[in-house]
Structure formats: structure tokens, C-alpha cells
Design a binder for this molecule. Structure first.
Ligand code: NAD
Ligand code: GLY
Length: 359
């Protein structure tokens, strides 16, 4: 099936299939008949999919760059290594960079494409659930800096997103649950129908029942595409709603030094905080509390390495790069499927939310 992100001259299709990865080279040659290609992946995927990557390499005649695995390699050094390969392979303005991997590979390869020869096209082939429902769509590319995550980057939309959900068969369970947080998140921002869908289909999706999961991925991409179409470069505030639960989550990630907790695991806790905060801060419509009780009941509680200290966690919330004028911007649910950005929640309420969730 095919979806699209409609952004005028920067529009692109999203192909969503299960088990079609072998046909990728012909799809790419049809879409980009005059282009040369370079593929960026990481060592984990290169080992797991050696045969497939070799087939693609031969069919496309492309160079393959394997970056080391992990967020700690989402750096200027890796970006620079990719550019070295693109330059020494004498790729041109018409060339296409293919990013095969999770959000880390997608972000750094996307940034290499954004900056090589002042910008060439790239294709996202996401292999984690997080990348399928979130990072491969929307054109945010970046590397990290010792001072913070994603501090150096560019908005650069891909030319195509090619999702084959069969890559999920090798994804570790912990990574699956983490990525699933970003799908589940859409229950709070993607409209009433998405809320009902997640509530009704959570068990099947969490059990990786493919037709249902595929439908959940499709719906999530549609939610994200709709937001990106209206606020491509995060200027109107709408795109900020994609960060539902994330202000709390980022604080938890920092608290755990970005090591002991995965991003999506922190988002599960962050979503719980956002719902509690909405209740305590008066955003949730009182008549809707039954719906929220039902959804909170099914949300996983990923294990934490230690019980976080709510007071320290509160301090950590103020080191987020997205804090404007020293005020917390919290995305809080209002009615099922909808949330608002609030910057007026009193300190006492936020502290009491952290105590209620983590204390
Ligand atoms: P990741 O890319 O590190 O992948 C997680 C782990 O799974 C890695 O060890 C990876 O090698 C492995 N892996 C990937 N696919 C696999 C497969 N099919 N089988 C087996 N193992 C596989 O992490 P992620 O969760 O995909 O992405 C997180 C990154 O995404 C962060 O850097 C975050 O900042 C970024 N992000 C970007 C956006 C955006 O809009 N650009 C949005 C959300 C997150
Ligand atoms: N993941 C948030 C965004 O793409 O804006």
C-alpha cells in the first residue's frame, strides 16, 4: 500500500509492505532512473542481512558504508566518514543516499544527504518500529553533540520511504516495545478514531499480529504525515504535539545518562506523566476520565534501572533544548485523541505528578 507526504515540490511516497525487500532495487531504478546510489547501514544490520545487502549492492552497483551500531555513533565523526565515502565514490548531485536502519542510521545518513554537495536525495528504509512510525517520515535529520542530542542537523525530506515490516522479525523485543510507544502515542494526538483503534487493537499489536500491526503503522504514518504537512519545520506549534510525553521522557533519559533506558521506554513513562498531569492540571475533560483509565490500564511500565528521585527529575526537565523562555511546554491530553500544548502548569503540579508516577 502507498501513503504520501504532501509538501508541494518536496512531496514523497511512503511504500508500506510486508516481505518485499528483494524488489527494492527495481523500485529504486524505476523511481530514480538516472541516479547512482550509496547505501548507509550499520554493522548489526549488515551482519543480519548480509545476503540481501549484497543482492542490492550488485543490482544497484552501489557503495555500502557500515557505521558502528548505537546512538553514541550518531556523531559528526560518523557523518564525516559517510561524506568521505560519497566524495571518494565521486557521487553527483543526482545521486541518492539509501539509509537502511533504525532512527540512528536514518538521522545521520539523512544529514549526510542534506549536506553533501549542498543536498542530494535520500531514501529511508526503516528497520525498527520506531523508525517506521516516526523517524523515517518528516525530514528531521541530525547528529548529536556532547552538549545534547540532535543539536546539529537540518530539515531535509526524503524522496521516498520504503517500509518492509518483515525487518521487524529480527528486532529484539525490547526495541519493539520501545518503538511501539511512538505508535501508541498517536492515541493521544491522532484523533478519536486513532484513540479507539489503539484501545481496541493494543493486545494484537503488542503481540506483533501482522495485519493489525500493519494497520497501526499505516494509521500512525498518516497521523505524522498530516502533522508534518501542516507544520513542516516546527514553527506553528502543531508539530510539537508529536512530542506528547516527551518532555517528561527526555528528563528521564537524561537522568539515566541515555544509557540504561531506551527512548521509547522513557516515552511510556512520559505518557503516564502527561495523563496524570492533565488530570491534576485540569486539561482532561472530567467526563472523559473513564476512557483515560482504560488506556492507562493497558500501557506497559518498562522496568527502570533505579527508582528516580522526583525532585532531581524535575530539575532535569529544565535542561531540555526545547524549553522556551525557561517555561516548560507540556503536551497534555484533553479529550480522547486530542492534546494541547500548555506552558502554564504550576511547578507544584508538575512536582506532584512526578511524585505520583515515580514516588
Ligand atoms: P536505533 O537506530 O539505535 O536502533 C535500535 C537498535 O536496533 C540498534 O542496535 C540497531 O542496530 C538495531 N536494529 C535496527 N533494526 C533492526 C532489525 N531489523 N533487526 C535487529 N536489530 C535491528 O534506534 P531507533 O529506536 O530506531 O531510533 C532512535 C533514534 O531515532 C534516536 O537517535 C532518535 O533521536 C531518533 N529519532 C529521530 C526522529 C526524527 O524525526 N528524525 C524521531 C524519533 C527518533
Ligand atoms: N519525532 C518528532 C518529529 O518528528 O517532529
Amino acid at each position: 500500500m502507498q501513503l504520501s507526504v504532501n509538501l508541494g515540490p518536496r512531496s514523497y511516497p511512503i511504500i508500506l509492505e510486508n516481505g518485499t525487500a528483494q524488489t527494492l532495487p527495481s523500485a529504486l531504478k524505476n523511481a530514480f532512473p538516472k541516479s547512482r546510489f550509496a547505501l548507509v547501514t550499520n554493522t548489526v544490520l549488515a551482519a543480519l542481512y548480509r545476503g540481501l545487502i549484497t543482492e542490492w549492492k550488485e543490482a544497484l552497483g552501489c557503495v555500502v558504508y557500515e557505521m558502528p551500531d548505537g546512538e553514541r555513533y550518531k556523531t559528526i565523526e560518523t557523518w564525516s566518514g559517510i561524506l568521505d565515502v560519497l566524495l571518494t565514490s565521486k557521487l553527483e548531485r543526482s545521486s541518492i543516499v539509501i539509509a537502511l536502519g533504525g532512527g540512528v542510521v536514518g538521522d545521520v545518513a539523512g544529514f549526510a544527504a542534506a549536506s553533501f554537495l549542498r543536498g542530494v536525495g535520500y531514501v529511508q528504509i526503516p528497520t525498527t518500529l520506531l523508525a517506521m512510525v516516526d523517524s523515517s517520515v518528516g525530514g528531521k535529520t541530525a547528529v548529536d553533540h556532547p552538549l545534547g542530542k540532535n543539536l546539529i542537523g537540518a530539515f531535509h525530506q526524503p524522496k521516498l520511504v520504503y517500509i518492509d515490516t518483515s525487518f521487524l522479525s529480527t528486532l529484539p523485543d525490547r526495541e519493539f516495545v520501545s518503538g511501539y510507544a511512538e505508535l501508541f502515542k498517536n492515541a493521544f494526538i491522532g484523533g478519536r478514531e486513532m484513540f479507539e483503534f489503539v484501545l481496541a487493537n493494543h493486545t494484537a499489536m503488542a503481540a506483533k499480529e501482522m495485519p493489525v500491526l500493519l494497520d497501526g503503522i499505516r494509521r500512525s504514518i498518516a497521523v505524522k504525515a498530516g502533522v508534518v504537512e501542516k507544520d513542516e519545520c516546527e514553527t506553528s506549534g502543531l508539530r510539537a504535539t508529536l512530542n506528547f510525553g516527551h518532555t517528561f521522557a527526555h528528563a528521564l533519559e537524561r537522568y539515566c545518562n541515555f544509557e540504561k533506558v531506551l527512548h521509547g521506554e522513557a516515552v511510556w513513562w512520559g505518557m503516564r506523566c502527561a495523563i496524570t498531569c492533565s488530570r491534576q492540571g485540569g486539561s482532561i475533560n472530567g467526563e472523559m476520565t473513564d476512557d483515560y483509565d482504560a488506556i492507562v490500564k493497558i500501557m506497559p511500565k518498562p522496568p527502570l534501572p533505579e527508582k528516580p528521585d522526583p525532585q532531581r527529575l524535575y530539575e532535569m526537565m529544565f535542561t531540555d533544548k526545547k524549553i522556551a523562555q525557561g517555561k516548560l511546554h507540556l503536551v497534555l491530553p484533553t479529550i480522547p485523541g486530542s492534546s494541547v500544548v500548555r506552558n502554564d502548569i504550576p511547578e507544584g503540579v508538575v512536582r506532584s505528578v512526578l511524585t505520583a508516577v515515580f514516588g
